[in-house]
Write a protein that binds this ligand. Structure first.
Ligand code: DON
Length: 575
């Protein structure tokens, strides 16, 4: 290994706490060698810094991940979970599952009252909503197995950012005013300065987090097996949560086989269960492969209608069949079978919207049986966090990571004395089958709460190969809209010939079977909306969602083309 002098200097400190202001880019950024795309410039720089010093894409991804835990506490994390998809330049692929797990004391009815009704908010805010975190284990695992430069070096930028601070952007200061965060004294103290809220441009210093990161850089085992495990379990126990030392010591990272599919000659590599993302994405693409979308026109009513019908069908299957594969039998092979996609296609009427409650599943595979419609309840509030980052290094190794605390700032609980937030991932289980969760998702018994189970996720880190070579690295936050946003970006490039930045920028639309409506970004033209409504669709407009942080490798020149998302102030950095 080369010996290098390892100093990371936060750029914004050099520029005297300059505000982070990103314009929405219209063209991709070009880099000859390597690229990192993330929601925060300093996190992207942390990754590129490691790349320039001989690190590979995994080193850079882990460095970016730790930096995000400092500069983007809404979703970057030590106390959450995630999925990392790796493709090495020799074609080897790895999928690292560090999704959170339900504590051993968790029970199927833990969020229901004595009448069997959901206790509002109980799976969302506070100690009882916390699942056993996997992020630290996952990042350490990835670094030690696939990285090159070692944990201390990849954690170094994060330690500096926590200790020396960084200037907050306007968006961050708005997010930090979160009223739920203010309900927990440690969180209120750290993130809200006890009510003296941070202003744009002010430098945010996190000494407790810096100390925690330093401890972990020297002894990562401390988090799950050592003194830090004791501190975490004690703090959670004191607050009334279920996580004990044994939950931490029994946490394990899983390597799983990625989901593979093809679409119009491209190879798709994506996230397997306990994410629903890869299976739903391939199912959607299989249904759509039978249509000439390009000829129907990008964002035309005809295209949006057909794509919506594919979304509807894949989410119908998601609700019924998906869960933790270590506990539930998930019929992956049938769901991603092209014959199943073709059978679903037969049920799509090009002129009229299907009605979700009347969908009949094709009967070609016995494991995919019909089940009864469950009446959905009201939608919960929308949340805006989770974060995705993509890396391509100069050798062509690539990493796609989506990581989350679930809701923005997770459970809002900061571990006393350790300075990091804990997730509220328990809400991703079906707290009561048939009743929608935070994202309005209805889910079945395959995703019921049980000790040691992993809640079903929608996170969809994805890669696309062209002629066997790396072409796209994709991903976004957005709860259920993650799946449809990744599909929209992928089809933007493959079907509509957009460059990666245009595909990220293009207005999004989403359907998740229930509620039976198309969610559309409000830049879709009124004529198109009118035409969709006349096909029988119910429409709901939103300003925007998601944060695609994506990279395309130019097939002709090999250049790395980075696209960050103007919707969320993201930033690609390359060289
Ligand atoms: O794993 C999941 O699917 C969710 N916990 C992700 C949450 C999310 O993306 C929220 N962001 N907007």
């Amino acid at each position: 290994m080369r010996s290098v002098h390892w100093v990371f200097v936060p750029l914004l400190l050099l520029t005297g706490g300059t505000l982070r202001i990103s314009a929405a880019p219209l063209r991709p950024s070009h880099a000859a060698h390597a690229m990192v795309a993330s929601v925060h410039e300093l996190a992207s720089r942390a990754g590129v810094d490691v790349l320039r010093r001989g690190g590979n894409a995994v080193d850079a991804a882990v460095a970016t991940g730790f930096a995000l835990a400092v500069v983007h506490p809404q979703a970057g994390n030590l106390g959450g979970g995630g999925f990392m998809l790796i493709r090495m330049t020799d074609g080897q692929m790895h999928f690292i599952d560090y999704r959170e797990k339900a504590p051993l004391a968790a029970t199927a009815n833990m969020y229901l009252d004595s009448q069997g009704n959901l206790i509002a908010g109980s799976s969302l805010v506070g100690y009882k909503s916390i699942a056993v975190p996997g992020s630290l284990a996952g990042m350490v695992f990835a670094e030690s197995k696939y990285g090159r430069v070692g944990l201390q070096r990849v954690m170094d930028p994060a330690i500096h950012l926590a200790r020396d601070g960084f200037a907050l952007a306007w968006e961050d200061t708005q997010d930090l005013r979160d009223p739920e965060l203010g309900k927990f004294p440690e969180s209120r103290h750290i993130f809200q300065r006890d009510g003296n809220y941070y202003k744009p441009g002010e430098v945010f210093i996190q000494p407790l987090l810096a100390r925690t990161l330093e401890r972990l850089a020297h002894n990562p085992d401390d988090f799950y097996h050592g003194e830090m495990a004791r501190e975490i379990a004690t703090a959670i126990g004191k607050g009334g949560g279920l996580i004990r030392r044994q939950d931490l010591s029994s946490y394990e990272v899983k390597e799983r086989e990625p989901i593979l599919g093809t679409y119009r000659g491209y190879h798709i590599v994506s996230a397997p269960p306990p994410s629903s993302g890869g299976v739903a994405l391939i199912e959607i693409l299989n249904i759509l492969e039978g249509y000439d979308l390009d000829q129907l026109g990008n964002r035309s009513a005809e295209s949006i209608h057909l794509i919506t019908e594919a979304f509807r069908r894949a989410f119908f299957d998601r609700a019924e069949f998906m869960g933790d594969p270590d506990f539930a039998k998930v019929p992956v092979a049938a769901l991603i079978d092209k014959r199943y996609g073709a059978a679903w296609r037969q049920s799509v009427d090009p002129e009229h919207a299907s009605i979700s409650r009347e969908l009949k599943r094709p009967t070609i595979f016995s494991e995919l049986e019909q089940y009864a419609w469950r009446e959905p309840g009201p939608l919960g509030p929308e949340s805006s966090n989770t974060t995705h980052y993509s890396v391509v290094d100069r050798e062509g190794n690539a990493v796609a990571v989506t990581t989350t605390l679930n809701d923005s700032f997770g459970s809002r609980v900061t571990v006393e004395g350790l300075g990091f937030l804990l997730n509220d991932e328990m809400d991703d289980f079906a707290a009561k089958p048939g009743v929608p969760n935070l994202y309005g998702l209805i889910q079945g018994p395959a995703n019921a709460i049980g000790p040691g189970r992993r809640p079903l996720s929608a996170m969809t880190p994805t890669m696309v190969l062209k002629d066997g070579k790396l072409f796209l690295v994709l991903g976004t936050p957005g709860g259920p809209t993650i799946i449809t946003t990744v599909a929209n970006i992928l089809m933007g490039v493959i079907d509509y010939d957009l460059d990666i930045q245009e595909a990220v920028n293009a207005p999004r639309f989403h359907h998740q079977w229930s509620p039976d409506q198309i969610l559309l970004e409000d830049r879709i033209s009124p004529d198109t909306l009118h035409s969709l409504a006349s096909k029988g669709h119910t429409l709901k407009l939103e300003h925007f969602w998601g944060d695609g942080e994506c990279i395309e490798v130019d097939p002709k020149t090999g250049e790395r083309l980075g696209a960050s998302d103007g919707r969320n102030n993201g930033k690609v950095v390359g060289y």
